[in-house]
Design a protein around this ligand. Structure first.
Ligand SMILES: [Zn+2]
Length: 154
């Protein structure tokens, strides 16, 4: 059995401060053979100023992960991943981004409906729980239909 972890966020991600070298060393220490770094990329989200920023600078991120992959290759198989915050109008943009870089693994996650993060009060304010759930699942359906370059649905 290969022990792996394909959902890891590093300090490149808006929601993590974890150092990439610490992640790799810990994985090796735990006997994990493969990991995918899957930092968040969310485009076109309505956020308040104090919200976390989930934009991922791919021109810095990708070369950093590729360097790490090379450095640890004897002990750890590191996959270049990303968790793409897909929205129904972003499918094509997502597909293009993913073709532009040598990604190994993509998590497609729906974090927003009508550009609002679903964990924001603003999203829930004007709807019943059922309406909110319907909108969320409809967004997932449309996103899956419009986005092709992903490995798993988050
Ligand atoms: Zn995640």
């Amino acid at each position: 059995m290969i022990i792996s972890d394909y959902h890891i966020h590093s300090s490149f991600s808006g929601d993590s401060v974890e150092d990439l070298n610490r992640i790799c060393k810990k994985a090796i220490e735990l006997g994990i053979k493969e990991i995918a770094i899957t930092d968040h990329m969310d485009l076109d989200v309505k956020v308040a100023e104090d919200d976390l920023n989930f934009y991922l600078n791919l021109d810095e991120y990708v070369p950093t992960i590729l360097k790490l992959k090379e450095f640890y290759k004897k002990d750890l198989d590191i996959k270049l991943g990303m968790e793409f915050g897909v929205q129904k109008h972003l499918g094509e943009i997502g597909d293009e981004l993913i073709k532009k870089y040598p990604f190994d693994f993509i998590i497609s996650s729906v974090h927003t409906v009508d550009k609002l993060l679903v964990d924001q009060k603003e999203f829930w304010n004007d709807k019943t729980r059922d309406e909110a759930h319907d909108k969320y699942f409809f967004e997932i359906l449309k996103s899956v239909e419009n986005f092709n370059q992903f490995s798993v649905q988050g």
